[in-house]
Design a protein around this ligand. Structure first.
Ligand code: WTA
Length: 665
């Protein structure tokens, strides 16, 4: 039994939801009368046409009853960017700081107020419009963590263009695939950026990706907009005298951001959008390999992002919020950009890494900006625990009140370190379970309201009704473990996969008709806490980055020496999971260091550095069922070196298992 931590008086005193009973009452209300519950928040926003009573929510979650659809506030008309900027400026927050930007180098920092941000967004939005970008067009964004990234996203929202941010750690292949899939009109990037002492020339990756999109996918992106970033920051390593020699320039396609916005007006009428018009799309890994373009829409996402931020971080007017996630992931979309701005919050946005120039960078920034809510990932926490407590103790962290965790289950050891050392035993930890698809937190503890257990995601957010199902779709009531599903939509849930509604229905709604299936397993304990146990489909979570085994296997078999590959996850002390790959070779091919190096390089090239396999093992054969399905359960045991493999009676060739154990590197 794990210990229950009650929220401290320090947190409860300030909390919007100051008791567990109050949480339960609000949660009940949110399910019984969604319209009343969500209208209260929706009413804070500016609507050209307000949500119509009685037409607040319509949906079908049951594939047997017809097409899946989800509509919140249909008929209402608004603009998300207008609500994030103009509305706040009109409400007297114009001079309030929207972001403190902290560069990779500690000497580089700046700040932007709501009014300034609005001006910049309007100018860039006008520039996009002048370049022929309009409602419904897709804009790909491949950027470091700089203010222009946010400006660009909001400018898209202002003119109704759909942004598709691709994390700038993805390879040119991945970027090409994503630009081609959504047929992006424009790509926005920067010349480069520093990550610690490493120089990344993003423009080169973009050039390659633009070429690949053209030749492989027959899709031409019309324009590449480039932020000149390198010459305004302190170099953190060696740099040539002329930065421009680092990359090429195509006069017909490439244009500097500063040239494009020069002379643009700071007034830009927003495109008024229907509640269910697309806001943005974001690719996430799919278990069949091809990435899925998760699509979020306007009104529901806005309302849900706003609400989760307000309650889960218990954000107050003078608080300083910091989410360390990159804007390339959903956490960055919702909790670096949309939700903080919707709440007129002040946030920190950080370009660098926790380890540069020293391993105390995070803690020094919490101290520097007096951060009150700090939101990061278990993998970051684990990578920082190993440096010892003195890096933490050098800094004053008393400003903290709420600590967030996201991306994977947090192990109790990391939780306790976070709670005791970073939070001084005073702060609440919100272990937030959610997905690209859910738009915002769906399971979490609420500061001040809910008790906490180290490693448990806790309780459903307002409007969310989680269920656990067994393999046959039978409801598990009370304590037990099963598939984590949701039986009704909340406003922030995705509406479709871009260009592939059939896949959306198949992936999320066909396994258990009537439910949205997360693909994760969860356990409910005797106190009603939910514990997310991890993916139950063929997905891996490496340092919080989700990828599919099929995706990596596909890359490994591209190598001519490899005939078949199987990838499983192996627990890793810092990354959470790591990739352990088995390869079967073609006749005559040799397994050697060269092959291993080539394969690792190939995965980095095709997917990105974060996907690099830890182990590649030679396999004379793979354990398969008689129907030919790879038994990954057994491969996971081989990866662990654990010979207790259980029942192998369904294996076509049990002899292969011994061979695999013998061949472990
Ligand atoms: C995992 C990230 C346990 C889970 C917001 C989910 C978590 C996947 C948690 C989504 C958590 C995320 N506890 N598991 N607090 N947060 N996950 O789409 O497997 O990048 O399905 O969204 O991460 O990853 P995604």
């Amino acid at each position: 039994m794990s210990r229950v931590y009650q929220p401290s008086d320090y947190v409860v005193e300030k909390s919007r939801v100051p008791s567990f009973d109050k949480y339960k009452e609000m949660h009940k209300k949110s399910l019984e009368d969604p319209e009343a519950f969500w209208s209260e928040i929706a009413n804070e926003f500016h609507w050209q046409t307000p949500p119509q009573p009685g037409n607040f929510l319509s949906y079908n979650f049951d594939i047997n009853k017809g097409d899946i659809f989800i509509k919140w506030m249909e008929g209402a008309v608004t603009n998300v960017c207008f609500n994030l900027l103009d509305r706040n400026v009109r409400n007297g927050h114009g001079d309030k700081i929207a972001y403190y930007w902290e560069g990779n180098h500690p000497d580089d920092y700046s700040r932007v107020t709501y009014k300034k941000l609005m001006d910049q967004v309007c100018q860039f939005a006008n520039a996009l419009r002048d370049s022929g970008v309009g409602k419904g067009d897709r804009v790909s964004i491949y950027m470091p963590m700089i203010l222009e990234t946010i400006v660009c996203m909001l400018a898209c929202a202002r003119i109704g263009a759909i942004h598709s941010v691709v994390f700038a750690g993805f390879s040119s292949d991945s970027l090409a695939e994503r630009m081609a899939d959504c047929k992006a009109k424009v790509l926005v990037t920067s010349d480069g950026a520093w990550r610690g002492q490493k120089l990344l020339i993003l423009k080169n990756i973009c050039d390659e990706a633009l070429e690949k999109a053209k030749s492989l996918h027959d899709h031409s992106v019309q324009m590449c907009i480039v932020v000149s970033h390198l010459n305004r920051v302190t170099p953190c390593g060696k740099l040539p005298d002329d930065i421009k020699t680092l990359y090429k320039w195509d006069d017909d396609r490439d244009v500097w951001w500063h040239d494009l916005v020069e002379g643009q007006s700071t007034i830009c009428p927003p495109e008024w959008m229907d509640a269910e018009d697309p806001l943005f799309m974001l690719y996430t890994s799919g278990s069949t390999g091809k990435p899925k373009g998760v699509l979020h829409t306007t009104a529901g996402y806005l309302v849900y992002a706003t609400t989760t931020f307000r309650y889960v971080f218990d954000y107050r007017d003078k608080d300083i919020f910091w989410c360390t996630a990159d804007v390339g992931w959903i956490t960055g979309h919702t909790y670096v950009v949309y939700a903080p701005l919707a709440n007129a919050a002040t946030s920190v946005i950080f370009e660098g890494t926790p380890f540069y120039p020293e391993n105390d960078r995070y803690w020094s920034l919490v101290d520097k900006y007096k951060v009150s809510q700090f939101y990061t990932a278990p993998t970051a926490i684990r990578s920082l625990t190993k440096f010892g407590d003195h890096y933490v103790k050098m800094h004053n962290l008393k400003s903290l009140r709420v600590l967030g965790s996201v991306g994977e289950p947090i192990n109790p050891e990391a939780w306790l370190w976070y709670y005791n050392l970073i939070g001084g035993g005073r702060c609440s930890i919100a272990d937030t379970f959610w997905q690209t698809e859910t738009g915002g937190h769906v399971l979490t503890s609420l500061p001040g309201a809910t008790p906490m257990k180290p490693g448990a995601a806790g309780f459903p957010f307002f409007g969310v009704e989680p269920n656990l199902l067994d393999e046959n779709g039978k409801l598990i009531e009370g304590p037990g473990e099963g598939y984590l599903v949701f039986s009704r939509p909340w406003p922030g849930i995705m509406r479709t996969l871009f260009g592939d509604h059939g896949r959306y229905e198949k992936v999320y709604f066909s396994k258990f008709p009537g439910y949205y299936c997360t693909g994760d397993g969860a356990r409910r304990d005797e106190d009603g806490f939910l514990w997310v146990t991890g993916r139950i489909d063929d997905m891996l979570n490496v340092s919080g980055h989700l990828m599919s085994t099929a995706e990596v296997e596909g890359v490994l078999t591209e190598e001519p020496r490899v005939s078949e590959a199987a990838v499983v996850s192996k627990p890793h002390p810092i990354k959470g999971e790591s990739l352990y790959c088995f390869v079967i070779l073609n006749e005559g091919a040799k397994f050697d260091d060269n092959l291993v190096a080539c394969l690792k390089k190939l995965v980095r090239q095709r997917i990105g550095a974060f996907a690099a396999p830890d182990v590649i093992q030679y396999a004379p054969g793979l354990p398969k069922t008689r129907s030919g399905k790879i038994m990954r359960r057994i491969l996971r045991k081989v990866a662990l070196g654990d010979k207790d493999i259980g029942d192998t009676s369904t294996l076509a060739d049990p002899g292969v298992v011994d061979e695999l154990f013998k061949n472990r590197p």
